[in-house]
Design a protein around this ligand. Sequence first.
Ligand code: B1M
Length: 207
Amino acid sequence: MSVQDIYDAVVEFDIDKVVALVKEEVESGTNVSVILSDGLIGAMDEVGQRYTEGEFFVPEMLMAAKAMKAGLEVLKPLLSQGENEKKGTIIIGTVKGDLHDIGKNLVSMMMEGAGFEVIDLGVDVDTEKFLATAKEKNADIICMSALLTTTMPFMEVTVKAIREQGLSLKTMVGGAPVSEDFATKIGADGWSPDAPGAVETARRLTA
Ligand code: B1M
């Protein structure tokens, strides 16, 4: 039994095996971040690679995503337990036109674990929904995730709308194709390549 077995089980879409192996690794004391990065996330990178090479198609990506999500559910209590003192309120969602939610869910869980109140709007979230919820909940940061190069521009639309309405809300962006340069270019207040970094950035933005 090893983290490599978790990786293999995700690539083979074996949900039951992923769940059982993640539980075993947690019980044997393996660091949660190793299970995540070397097992679950590493496997999704391979799935993406196989899709690019024409070996996998959308149904295979979907089945692997289900297996990854099942593993993530096992880790959820460990990722979202943590500090009790409320750090601030975060609105999070995957932007309009984009249905990828695994990375966004991971960021969401780790933010909760770090003591933020997280309002997760799910996927395919438009600017109006981000802004209306942020105003209603008096939020500190709007966190936007995008996995498609075609949906990244919606981040800029939301950042611009916040500026135009003179709101004091901060914005943070992330997701595989979203670079620090892009974040700076569109005027976002924060960016991170991964979920732990997103927590650090949120702490900085609310300090
Ligand atoms: Co899609 N897909 N997909 N897909 N998919 C990618 C993204 C792709 C790179 C695959 C490839 O070509 N190699 C490619 C995008 C190419 C591009 O835009 N340049 C792609 C494509 C093309 C598509 C479709 C268009 C395919 C089609 O229909 N022809 C379609 C689009 C649907 C849509 O959204 N409208 C599609 C559909 C799907 C599925 C539904 C089948 C499924 C998603 C299931 C789901 O999420 N519920 C899926 C999957 C699984 C993938 C890959 C294989 C894996 C994504 C993933 O979950 N990674 C992906 C390939 C890849 O990324 N290597 C691919 C694991 C996750 C933990 O990583 O989300 O990057 P990630 O999150 C990271 C960081 O980015 C960061 O933290 C996380 C790690 O700690 N992060 C943030 C994320 N959000 C953040 C926010 C922050 C800060 C950090 O602050 C706010």
